[in-house]
Structures are given as structure tokens and as C-alpha cells.
Design a protein around this ligand. Structure first.
Ligand code: G
Ligand code: G
Ligand code: MN
Ligand code: NA
Length: 253
């Protein structure tokens, strides 16, 4: 596959980029962190991660790519800490194959020590599928990471094998409410009920809630009235190149 060969070359040539999408606390009305999102331009054309990541997952290339993303994200996050943003949390997407690799926790330890990033400034986003394969290795890894101080978020919540038991069994800090529920919540009572139920569930379990894909004021008002803690989406900011993200931080200070 040609895209696959191009992907390997791009990693060697350092052509992949990391963008940062700011996250807003609705309680404190300040920026609390950012999600790192992979971006790749091949011969002047953007290749979407939605195409790239599944391909890399199938071939196993995600392991090398994921190592690079994690290491780079920690270096960039440490740069932000050094600029004085000591409480900022940088969230990195971890694909299921990456998480379940036997040496994943060691990779996180290495990325933190190589960059000097404090563990509490790193959040890992995992999907429900990882937790669904509820085995000892998963729980063990999550507990080790939590013990180190790394934060753990469930991504795309509500779209996978949503099982309520894993919210109890696993050390989860944050639930990311999938954008498919947020999209029409200001007009569709069913979506609004689902979001309200997830928010209440999280609150009762002491888990922070963030809504993804917030694009307009009506969605925002709706989320505020429900008591959602945090938001991420185009309404606040699209994903930004590192330099523009630093500008954004300075503006918000
Ligand atoms: O950034 P965008 O909305 O296009 O991302 C599309 C999909 O690709 C999302 O599911 C997102 O989680 C995933 N994705 C983006 N960046 C990364 C990354 O660095 N690592 C992994 N594993 N997935 C990513
Ligand atoms: O699966 P995950 O949540 O990691 O993917 C996040 C994806 O959502 C990224 O591709 C990002 O570019 C995209 N995204 C971020 N904010 C918005 C938004 O407000 N609206 C839409 N439609 N997509 C968004
Ligand atoms: Mn994510
Ligand atoms: Na998501």
C-alpha cells in the first residue's frame, strides 16, 4: 500500500505534526488543557487521521507512530510547563493496540523522564473498547499509570461498549462525552437527556465531564445548565499549530 510506505517515510522525515485543541473549564472560565491531534500533509494534501490511524492500527505501524506521538507530545507539553503553564494538562490519544502492547506503561515512564514532564501534566485518552476487554493487564496498567499521577480519560464515551461497571472498576479521571450526542443536544430532547444522564453519572462517581464537539452558543448554554464541567470544540477553538496554541494561551492569561 502506497499510503503505508509514505507513512513510514513521513515518520523518518519528521513530517508528522501535532496540533493542540484547547479545552475550557466552564466552572473557572479558563483554559485547563489541550488535546493533541495528529496532522499530516503529504505532497500538499492533508491526510485525515480518521483515514491514517485505522490503517496504522491494522498494520501495526501504530506502535512506532504512537511512540513518536507520545514522546513528542511530552516534549511539547514540558515546553508549555516551562513557559509557566504549570497546571496545563496535555491529553494524548492512545489507540487500543498501543495501550495493550505489553510494554506500554514503560513507554509512558520513558516519555515522561526523557522530557522531564511531570506526570500530572499528562492525560491519556483511551476508548471504551480497551476497558471492555476487561483483563488483568488492563487494570494493572491503569493502576500503575494512576499511581504515577498520569490522568486517564475515556474518549468517545457512549459510542462503544458502554458498560457502567468499568467506571467503578477502573481508575478513571475524566469522561469525554462523544460529539455525536452534543451535536443536536440543543434541539433534540433525547440527546439532551443522554448528555444529562452521563453528566449526572460522572458527578456521582467523582469523574470530571468534558463535552466534545461544542460548536455553538446554544450547545454551550445547554451544557452549562446541565452542569457539565468542561468543553472542547470549535466554539472555543479549533485544533491549533503549536505556535498558535502558545499565542492562544498568552491571550487567555
Ligand atoms: O483530529 P481529528 O478529529 O481529525 O481525528 C480523527 C480521529 O483520529 C479521532 O478519532 C482521533 O481520536 C484520532 N486521532 C487524532 N490524532 C490521534 C493521535 O495522535 N493518536 C491516535 N491514536 N488517534 C488520533
Ligand atoms: O475521537 P476524538 O475525540 O479523539 O477526535 C476528535 C476529533 O474531533 C478531531 O478530529 C477534531 O479535529 C474533531 N473536532 C474537534 N472539535 C470539533 C468540533 O467542534 N466539531 C467537529 N465536527 N469536530 C471537531
Ligand atoms: Mn480524543
Ligand atoms: Na472523542
Amino acid at each position: 500500500n502506497t499510503l503505508h510506505i509514505a507513512m513510514r517515510k513521513a515518520l523518518e522525515a519528521q513530517h508528522f505534526q501535532l496540533y493542540f485543541q484547547p479545552q475550557l473549564s466552564l466552572l473557572k472560565n479558563n483554559i485547563i488543557g489541550a488535546e493533541v491531534l495528529l496532522r499530516w500533509q503529504l505532497d500538499g494534501q492533508w491526510i485525515q487521521p480518521a483515514e491514517l490511524i485505522p490503517l496504522a492500527e491494522r498494520s501495526g505501524f501504530i506502535l512506532q507512530l504512537g511512540d513518536w506521538i507520545l514522546a513528542q507530545a511530552c516534549i511539547k507539553a514540558q515546553h508549555l510547563v516551562k513557559l509557566g503553564y504549570t497546571e496545563l494538562v496535555t491529553a494524548v490519544n492512545i489507540s487500543p493496540k498501543q495501550f495493550t502492547a505489553p510494554n506500554f506503561v514503560d513507554k509512558v515512564v520513558a516519555a515522561l523522564s526523557d522530557s522531564g514532564l511531570p506526570a500530572h501534566n499528562l492525560e491519556l485518552e483511551i476508548t471504551e473498547g480497551v476497558l471492555f476487554n476487561n483483563d488483568y493487564g488492563t487494570l494493572d496498567s491503569l493502576q500503575k499509570l494512576r499511581k504515577m499521577g498520569v490522568k486517564l480519560a475515556i474518549d468517545d464515551f457512549g459510542t462503544g461498549y458502554s458498560s457502567l461497571s468499568y467506571l467503578k472498576d477502573f481508575p478513571i479521571d475524566k469522561i469525554k462525552i462523544d460529539q455525536s450526542f452534543v451535536r443536536n443536544m440543543h434541539t433534540d430532547p433525547a440527546d439532551q437527556s443522554i448528555v444529562r444522564t452521563i453528566v449526572n453519572l460522572g458527578k456521582n462517581l467523582g469523574i470530571t465531564l468534558i463535552a466534545e464537539g461544542v460548536e455553538n452558543q446554544s450547545q454551550l448554554d445547554s451544557l452549562k445548565s446541565i452542569g457539565c464541567d468542561e468543553i472542547q470544540g470549535y466554539w472555543y477553538s479549533k485544533p491549533l499549530e503549536e505556535d498558535f496554541f502558545v499565542d492562544f494561551l498568552h491571550q487567555k492569561q
